[in-house]
Write a protein that binds this ligand. Sequence first.
Ligand code: NDP
Length: 264
Amino acid sequence: METKRAPATAPDPTHPKPLLGRVAIVTGGSRGIGSSIARELAASGATVVVNYIRGSEAAAGVVAQIEAAGGSAGTEAGDVSNYEQVGEMFGRIKERYGRLDVLVNNAGILRDRTYKKMSITDWHEVIDTNLGSVMNCCHLAVPMLLDNGWGRIINISSFVGQMGNFGQANYSAAKAGILGFTKTLAIELARFNITVNAVCPGFVETEMWKSVPENIQEKILERIPMHRVAKPEEIARGVRFFAIEGDYMTGQSLNINGGIYMGW
Ligand code: NDP
């Protein structure tokens, strides 16, 4: 399925489907924030590749929702922490769609433990999945974006990468790493019409949030000035902004966090 050629120019944000003719991949698009991002980009006209690792049914469900709304999407299994699997996945994307315009690095996991209890396995799993995946996917995607003369990379970091968080030494290191990586890639790729930005969510109502014990959830809500967690769609709208409207923005972080972190 080769998509129609899109011009090597930025999409027109006033167009009802500004991403028509362009292809986007959302890693970890099968549920939570990723599935909202997939739906949001598809609603803007992009053909969306929904990546997942285990949730084939959930990923197929996201594709069905997108198609029912008149959009276009497909699924791609692949462990984004594994460079070989990512290589095979991007090979299939090239063959199937012929192009790639937008990469959203969203896949992530938690292995929360206080530092004293954190094992080396807890460390490596989180670093490889949450940070290594960003390198893996960018490494394979950038040549395809360069082919287009236009591209958008949007990395999902976290406020935890900006301020740290109890029990999350591995996660905060990975998310902070994403921010440094984002800035450097932004500097190197700007001349090629490729922007690289990060979205830093606060707490978001997904399975990741539901896995937090209720007494801890209550304590967290007390720390959020807006006194609620975000809806996944609120994060997806930030991603849409970088993909479609943020032409003169690169190397930036967009904080969508209810005020829990206000640094800049
Ligand atoms: P979920 O746990 O709801 O979903 C995680 C997604 O990542 C799933 O689609 C899962 O696929 C996929 N995934 C996990 N490991 C891999 C892998 N190795 N290869 C490919 N896909 C993988 O997460 P959220 O939606 O809550 O989080 C999404 C992103 O947002 C993460 O990067 C997270 O760190 C970040 N974030 C989340 C916050 C929150 O409060 N929820 C706050 C701040 C940031 P499958 O279904 O196949 O398992």
